[in-house]
Design a protein around this ligand. Structure first.
Ligand code: ATP
Ligand code: MG
Ligand code: MG
Length: 549
């Protein structure tokens, strides 16, 4: 357990344990609506809810808040289960679906009607809004507010049976149309939606609103601490009102600040637009801030949990720098990822004094941060590739890489000196002729002469072809939502595909999801699109850390 100070939620929980509230139990839940994939903001809620249960010997439910048939589906349920597991959490046998409680919710609604606390209203959604009033103006009572209990019961049953058109009737709580909190002005509990539900089929024509459903879900599951984001603070009074009227078990709702991140959007509605309209290639596109996207990009569960922990738990919303997320994956992969050599933009070199048919297998350390990672053999021969931008024909003073007459070190191999530049008819450089110093094997010489530049390279005879995908932010602005339409801030250069990369043969057996550091180029991960004989890599992050502590 860490020795950081308690966050405000842990303080509440510890007080409740001490005072014996809920008999000292801690029972939380993570309640996603299965209408999209989880994003990094959800990861915060997952770590918080499952983390509290872990820390206080409690339980955490995974509950699908599937009360609206319009956008929900099985694909989302499966992706959410997968992502929660992948993040390292387990709901054991505590997997629940709010839609399984529909009958029970209906019974509770009937109970409220019988108590004279709910009524069927014929106002249209627009009229309901208009009657609601504003923060400074009290609302107006609906002309249907004083229907008899009998009439309400009959109409509500007929709503359930599908006898009325969508939008023609609602069930509303009868509270107070001049209440200072607008949520208390006769909130809607049920509306008519004539669409099949992915789990309930055509059983229901009425669906509960969030406010009505959520408190019941928490109550039915005997949740102790119901954590939600700040925008629900104004709804807590209603959450408690419903449970108090029904006289049933009442959890406590606690609000915490939402996580936001620079250069991206964290809203399922907006992420859905990106997917639906083809701005990205699916929910797991490596540019997406979804868990599935981050996983495909090469993020590890450890790095995401570390990130979430560093962002803390607070009572205000926060915007976290994307650079912090990158910092966390670099820290993790620096320890875990083997270093290999890959040339992303190859330029051929012929080493003229190296024997034509000779091949040497040189020793290369896999990870200087981890001795147990061992060593591998890297082939060296007369023809190699280096990075095109590691050579300049007319270099400025501070350029320490290869240039005519200059000597550089090839990592794990020898010193080479460039003697000749070969060009095609258009003047493009197509090849370099170099000589090597046989006494510099391993990258040093006895005379101790200074060679500043060290380049990565691959053997042209042994290397494999690979595709490499480089990513940039999805949006050009730190806050893409600062403009009316966030789509205007899409970065049209967020993906660069390099088709002609050369990688060392050691990578031959790399599997989807395997992670490496390509020396000098960053952290890379084998992409799902890879096929036998053609590896595709995603750049997870560059090596340069811009996180300012
Ligand atoms: P979105 O606005 O992206 O649709 P949501 O809150 O509607 O998010 P849900 O599926 O209802 O999505 O969320 C499940 C849980 O995750 C909720 O308890 C919610 O408060 C929490 N959550 C969602 N987004 C964030 C976020 N950015 N930061 C922290 N918690 C979040
Ligand atoms: Mg929601
Ligand atoms: Mg939402």
């Amino acid at each position: 357990m860490s020795d950081r100070p308690l966050n405000f939620i842990e303080e509440i929980v510890e007080n409740d344990i001490d005072s014996g509230k809920y008999e000292g139990r801690v029972h939380t839940r993570f309640p996603p609506e299965p209408n999209g994939y989880l994003h990094i903001g959800h990861a915060k809620s997952i770590c918080l809810n499952f983390g509290l249960a872990e820390k206080y010997n409690g339980k955490c439910n995974l509950r699908f808040d599937d009360t609206n048939p319009l956008k929900e589906g099985e694909e989302f349920v499966e992706s959410i289960k997968r992502d929660v597991k992948w993040l390292g959490f387990d709901w054991d046998d505590r997997l629940f679906f709010a839609s399984d409680y529909f009958e029970k919710m209906y019974e509770y609604a009937v109970k409220l009607i019988k108590m004279g606390k709910a009524y069927v209203c014929d106002l249209t959604p627009d009229e309901i809004r208009e009657y609601r009033g504003t923060l400074t103006e009290p609302g107006k009572e609906s002309p249907y507010r004083n229907r008899s209990v009998e009439e309400n019961l009959e109409l509500f049953e007929r709503m359930r049976n599908g006898e009325f058109e969508e939008g023609s009737k609602t069930l509303r709580a009868k509270i107070d149309m001049s209440h200072p909190n607008l949520n208390m002005r006769d909130p809607v509990m049920y509306r008519i939606i004539k669409k099949p539900h992915y789990r309930q089929g055509k059983k229901w024509y009425i669906y509960p609103t969030y406010d009505w459903a959520h408190c019941l879900e928490d109550s039915i599951e005997l949740i102790t601490h119901s954590l939600c984001t700040l925008e629900f603070a104004d709804h807590r009074i209603l959450y408690e009102w419903f449970l108090d009227q029904l006289g049933i078990y009442k959890p406590q709702q606690i609000e915490f600040g939402r996580l936001n991140m620079t250069y991206t959007v964290l809203s399922k509605r907006k992420l859905t637009i990106l997917v639906r309209d083809g701005y990205v290639n699916g929910w797991d596109d490596p540019r997406m801030p979804t868990i599935a996207g981050l996983r495909r990009r090469g993020y590890t569960p450890e790095s995401i949990r570390d990130f979430v922990n560093r962002t803390g738990v607070s009572r205000t919303d926060s915007v976290v720098d994307y650079a912090l997320l990158e910092h966390c994956i670099r820290e993790d992969l620096n320890k875990k990822a083997n270093r290999v050599m890959a040339v992303l933009d190859p330029l051929k070199i012929v080493i003229t004094n190296y024997p034509e048919d000779k091949v040497e297998w040189l020793d290369a350390e896999n990870n200087p941060e981890d001795e147990k990672a061992g060593k591998r053999k890297v082939p060296f021969c007369r023809e190699i590739y280096i990075e095109r931008d590691d050579f300049m024909e007319n270099p400025p003073k501070k350029f320490f890489r290869l240039a005519p007459g200059r000597e550089v070190r090839l990592k794990h191999a020898y010193y080479i000196t460039c003697n000749e530049v070969i060009k095609d008819e258009d003047g493009n450089i197509v090849e370099l002729r170099c000589t090597y110093d046989p006494s510099s094997k391993g990258g040093w010489t006895e005379d101790g002469r200074k060679v500043k530049g060290t380049l990565h390279w691959v053997s042209a005879r042994h290397c494999l072809d690979a595709e490499v995908r480089l990513y940039d932010n999805l949006f050009i602005k730190e806050d893409p939502e600062e403009d009316e339409n966030f789509l205007n801030n899409i970065n049209s250069n967020s993906l660069v595909i390099l088709q002609n990369c050369k990688i060392e043969p050691y990578l031959k057996d790399a599997k989807v999801g395997d992670k490496f550091q390509f020396l000098r180029k960053g952290y890379f991960c084998v992409d799902d699109d890879s096929k036998d004989g053609k590896l595709i890599f995603n750049r997870t992050a560059t090596l340069k850390d811009s996180w300012a502590k």
